[in-house]
Design a protein around this ligand. Sequence first.
Ligand code: BTN
Length: 490
Amino acid sequence: MEEGIFDLGDSEAEISRLERPANRTNWSTPDGVILDLIVPPTVYPPREDTDLLCRTIRTLGPGKGQRCLEIGSGSGAVTLYAASLGYRVRACDINPYAVASTRENAKRLNLEVEVHEGGPGPNEDGSVAQWAGKKPHDLIVWNLPYLDEEHVQGDVLGPMEEAALVDTDQKGLVSRLMAQVKKNSLLTNQGMILLLVGGNSKGSNAENEAQRHGFAARCVATHSFEDGETLRIIALWTPYASSKIHQHDIVDSTNQLALDTGEQEGDLFLARRQSAGRGRRGRTWSSEDEAFAGSWLLRKGRSFDHPGLVQILSGYAVYVTNKLLGASEMNMALKWPNDVYIIQNKLVGKVSGVLVEGKSKGNSNTVVVGIGVNFQGSLANKQAFPIAYLGREIEGVHRDEFTSTLNAVMASFFEHRKGIKPPVFERHIPALLARLKHGESILGHPYYRNQQWVISDLDSQGNLVIENGDGKQAIITDGEDIHWPNLKSD
Ligand code: BTN
């Protein structure tokens, strides 16, 4: 039997707290409107996290009658602010006093909101229909409990406020929520989820947890405290919700198809087999029965400022997807400019390749990214270079799950999503550089002009910066100029 959220001791502690008087808080909305809120002693009051969440909601524009669900409404500040922007808000909280407080504050401010007891975690409280209703929402917001248990000492918080602040969930609240959102269709196709998370390991993992469930994720706002604690708002959405996925049995090349027929950014062309799959520098890309071959129309009518970063980010998208599905980072290398390698049978083999292609018509540019991944096959020893198979690294990996996760990661990196700031590729440079350097432990340090160098940087154009023993640096703009000692073909 599942344990309840609160035990008898918690109830007693909560009752003793309830004897304290309720606080009155004058809380200022991001628009500078002062709301006089009644906050009972066991209920989470508005804090910096509340302000950050409300400022982010404001960037989405007027609510226009769209449906919004707030999970964990506490005193109701976020719910009331969203209602004042014109959203039709439904709020829920596992703390009955928070439910009463949100209702009461709404009534006093003459704002119409629906408030229900329950929520998705740490233990699901109430049925989904009870706390989320039966209709999908356009916006779901949740100020997640973001403190680690060890950060809260002594009798500072009551049990219910602690449940609102402290993340005790071992499974991961983001994962729990996303599973419920998917299973119960809680989000409209064009809808968005805003999660406020902390800087601990669970908070840092929020994007990945969402991507694992097939949702795109991007950090859209941050707040840093003087003690170094950081809060982040992560936006989650259905990847490329307005675009189409075209699934084919056999085509010549998905890249060609995307270039010729792609209409909208994010359109994805998939094929079980390609008769004329192509690789970089005019090479052939041989498809086997169990392979992923897909091409995204990434840009229509405009080009990228730094195509080099688009290439390496696409390779990194495969790397992240493999990791999310269970591949060991110890065995995996991201190789500049965009390939992914895996150690298999003591050999370092290529598991994935990326081909970025474009076409121009007048001033209009179209950019397509094609990705090929080997799942299972028998070509391993028949190619000029060793091949690795993802299916040998991740047991039972399924192409559909791989496609949905990779699409989520690609959209997280590249999608221009209405309502949030466009992606900034340079933000990924530290993570990319860390992965490229880790890759040297598998591929070896690169050779350039008959000398061995080490990776020292990735510049803002996506070029590789290497350094030799004398501290001299060189900028590499072409993958053919360097070779990697642990690769048989290099
Ligand atoms: C390389 O490593 O040389 C790049 C290989 C890219 C292969 C993919 S498979 C899907 C897409 N369609 C193609 O014709 N090529 C890319």
